[in-house]
Design a binder for this molecule. Sequence first.
Ligand code: ACO
Length: 427
Amino acid sequence: MANNSLTVTDNRTGKTYELPITDGAIRAMELRQIKASPEDFGLMTYDPGFSNTACCRSAITFIDGDKGILRYRGYPIEQLAEKCSFLEVAYLLCEGELPNRAQLEAWEVKVRFHTYVHTNITKFLEGFRYNAHPMGMLLGVVGALSTFYPDAKNISDPANRYLQRVRLLAKAPTIAAFAFRHSRGLPFVFPDNDLDYIGNFVNMTFSIGGRHKPNKVLQRALEILLILHADHEQNCSTSAVRAVGSSHVDPFSAISAGIAALYGPLHGGANEAVLLMLDEIGDKKNIPRFIEEVKAGRGRLMGFGHRVYKSYDPRAKLIKKVADEVFAETGLNPKLEIALELERIALEDEYFIKRKLYPNVDFYSGLIYQAMGYPTEYFTVLFALGRMPGWLAQWEEMLLDKDQKIARPRQIFTGRDERPFVPIERR
Ligand code: ACO
């Protein structure tokens, strides 16, 4: 009997099966041979939320949730956040290696060349209501880009995929900035390609009557936040990109599915939810009552807890440092005081300790974004800009993986057995 295998006995039949173990996993399809009778479909696994199911082999991002480790392509997030530009990290994620100077310059020029969008895009945006949520606008417009680039359907050509990756990275800030300005009734500012990636985005969002005067500390803080969000292996939105992309649709459509997934309050919407929660709490004196409500199961402490990190979220540690730098520039956000106290109380509370609930990346990011001048509903858009390279790298990896097929999970049917149709007048 091979060492690297699992022996399973089916007590319904008394039969024993040996299933190979590779990379700490068995192939779920190996279970199909286990049948109670010849007509039986075969054994399946039941894993809602995919808590213990690996859906791919990936070389992009490594996380050890118990130790609080996050690495992109082998490099610790702490070092990347300290030393790299966002486009450098995007190159690393998408191309697999850190660029040398010439490669980085060429990459920056390429991305810069594609920042413009067709002016018809502005007409879409004008069609949105004045109070449309910017994530709704972003997901709609990114999806619509597929109609501008029908060539993107040719996903079997590596050069074509590369071009679409560059387009998505380059145009996402432009669309995001347009969505920001639409909400405020401001005219759109087109890209200024003398500026770098972050500077250009900040200028497109904030400039009024001339180029925006950059604040280097805030721009670097924004860049670090985007780097911290750039990939997080098989999270909800990345899984959405992979699942939708597995139908071989164009990347604009697949990425818009990722944006849609990120929009939800349990995923990218969490930083927005944190700010709403802090508003609701309103004052430090209300924290104990709020915590009791959470513990009684009436609501969650937003920005706490993570499916993977069960000791601490390394991104949250880095973000706290960024927060200090930003607040030194902008002055203290009064909500920060509530957040710090909330964190202190929760970290000492048995309920949170027992469940290994710690601040996640979103606990402080919203406060920083607010200090930078972004409205609450815009936070998730900033997350989407950060996550773009991760989605693109994962999409590429999925397409090149010979093991991948169209995503099509199984179900356990719990509905009614066949029954005769009842005409409407007898129902
Ligand atoms: N506040 C209070 N209780 C919580 C919280 C929370 N934030 N998170 C988890 N719990 C409790 C659950 O009620 C559950 O308790 P129980 O065992 O008594 O039923 C236990 O902790 C385990 O929770 P699960 O929901 O099983 O944990 P899961 O891994 O499925 O969820 C999630 C992870 C969705 C992030 C969750 O912790 C949560 O909802 N957090 C708040 C939202 C949030 O901050 N999301 C951002 C995540 S980071 C990101 O997406 C970038």
